[in-house]
Design a protein around this ligand. Structure first.
Ligand code: AP5
Length: 210
């Protein structure tokens, strides 16, 4: 099964992608995580992406289309994958179509803008593996330490309140149109994001028929 998770920054795409990976046994592909790793490793892609990401703007489509095309061609994607945070523009969605990437369901995690800021203030991410936590809704077992790899938990640079506002504006201007795009293809499934993590996950599994 090939899935896309759509939603505003902080809607819970990464959190749900991790849970779905465990339940469905297919990999989650997060362009945000891939770009952050490229930045940590100071690759060419990382250098191209840095200014856009730090300022809450979208990284150019050609960079994204290149890294996603390579990733979905890997053998671990043969039985399906979960795209988290991509596509984010109509050009990216068109590129997937053109490459013959078959999509079964597009799950849009719906959440009001006014809930987002509180979520972002509480988010902590692992500086080593990128795993995401929330100090109240999804705390690590030991404060400040990643459950998975023992890395230090930090605040993401683009979670500063003014950058979150810009990311939300970019979502409404450039990404939300994809809901109409996939509705016309009869692939859009809406899920309420403002509910406990496990309940949102059950709703996703129900709408994709898993
Ligand atoms: P990316 O890393 O994809 O960020 P985003 O889309 O802004 O999404 P977030 O990671 O902030 O939120 P999320 O929806 O995954 O929520 P999470 O599960 O973490 O992208 C970052 C940047 O990279 C972009 O700004 C852009 O520059 C660039 N980029 C990436 N992809 C791109 C693309 N395709 N094209 C161009 N540029 C691209 O949850 C948030 C917090 O809430 C966590 O603390 C979590 O524990 C908590 N939480 C989750 N669910 C719940 C719940 N149900 N109740 C309470 N708390 C919850």
């Amino acid at each position: 099964m090939n899935l896309i998770l759509l939603g505003a920054p902080g809607a819970g795409k990464g959190t749900q992608a991790e849970l779905l990976t465990k339940k469905l046994g297919i990999p989650a592909i997060s362009t945000g995580n891939m770009l952050r790793e490229a930045m940590r490793n100071e690759t060419e892609v990382g250098q191209k992406a840095k200014n856009y990401m730090d300022n809450g703007l979208l990284v150019p489509d050609d960079v994204i289309i290149g890294i996603v095309g390579e990733r979905v061609a890997q053998p671990d994607c043969a039985n399906g994958f979960i795209l988290d945070g991509v596509p984010r523009t109509v050009a990216q969605a068109d590129a997937l179509e053109k490459a013959g990437v078959k999509i079964d369901h597009v799950v849009s995690i719906e959440i009001d803008d006014n809930v987002i800021e509180a979520r972002m203030t509480g988010r902590r991410v692992c500086s080593k593996c990128g795993e995401s936590y929330h100090i109240v809704a999804n705390p690590p077992k030991a404060e400040g330490i990643c459950d998975d790899c023992g890395g230090e938990l930090v605040i993401r640079k683009d979670d500063a309140p003014e950058t979150v506002q810009r990311r939300l504006a970019v979502y409404h201007e450039e990404t939300e149109a994809l809901k109409g795009y996939y509705e016309r293809l009869d692939k859009l499934r809406l899920v309420q994001g403002n509910q406990p993590i496990e309940e949102a996950n059950r709703e996703i599994l129900r709408v994709i028929g898993a």
